[in-house]
Design a protein around this ligand. Structure first.
Ligand SMILES: C[S@@+](CC[C@H](N)C(=O)[O-])C[C@H]1O[C@@H](n2cnc3c(N)ncnc32)[C@H](O)[C@@H]1O
Length: 207
């Protein structure tokens, strides 16, 4: 029993970059930065079972659209349940790597990411995949658009700042989460250069 639990926790940390889903304190620290009174094109990256998704679907205006990108299909049932409980909301779920989804420049007003960026670090490739992801996020966000990202241990702040060419707009600490987390808030400055290399593979929408 204990061994099983240990293996489960180890798998969660290695594959998903978390121990348990985000707390309501972390979800609210992320989402209070979004102006839901406006119609927005929103992208959520890494929904997992939907701790953030549930609140997003509830709070978004009927004129808004939400694309959910989750690489693992094992969470589809939970996400489809959330979608079904709000049939009036425009929500689509994509099972793909986010680099495949972010092919339209400046498409999203808001990008909310739970990606475990630290897990993507790889000294051997000079963090090639980490930067492919961050460049894709920057590319897919409209000028002035909002990028929210939570991380443990304040990791990868400088990587994000490098890609966006400016300091974070805000960093806040949320102690009531397992593990305690930092919320990064970054807006895309005007007239940013397009990243040279982006993966433009076709996109699969889940059924
Ligand atoms: C830290 S979990 C976040 C789960 C949930 N949003 C929460 O806050 O509780 C990160 C999620 O990102 C997903 N993920 C990892 N790499 C991805 C990628 N390249 N594209 C899309 N999703 C990815 C994982 O499968 C995992 O469900």
């Amino acid at each position: 029993m204990l061994i099983q639990l240990y293996r489960h926790i180890q798998r969660n940390i290695k594959e998903d970059g978390l121990i348990v889903s985000s707390s309501r304190f972390l979800v609210s620290a992320m989402l209070r930065r979004v102006d839901f009174s406006r119609d927005l094109r929103i992208l959520e990256i890494g929904s997992g079972r939907g701790a953030i998704t549930a609140q997003l679907i509830q709070r978004m205006s009927p004129g808004s659209s939400l694309d959910i990108c989750e690489i693992k299909a094992e969470y589809n049932e939970s996400i489809h349940r959330l979608m079904a409980s709000h049939p009036n909301k425009q929500v689509a779920l994509y099972n793909s790597c986010v680099t495949q989804l972010l092919t339209r420049p400046g498409h999203y007003d808001v990008i909310i990411s739970s990606l475990p960026l630290k897990n993507f670090e790889d000294a051997a490739s000079a963090n090639a995949f980490l930067y492919q992801i961050l460049n894709a996020v920057q590319y897919g966000l409209r000028e002035g658009g909002l990028y929210l990202q939570y991380q443990y241990f304040k990791s990868n702040q400088s990587d994000i700042e490098q890609v966006f060419g400016k300091s974070m707009d805000d960093v806040s600490f949320v102690p009531l989460n397992i593990l305690p987390a930092f919320v990064y808030q970054m807006s895309k400055p005007a007239a940013m250069a397009t990243p040279a290399v982006l993966d433009r593979a076709p996109l699969n929408e889940s059924s």
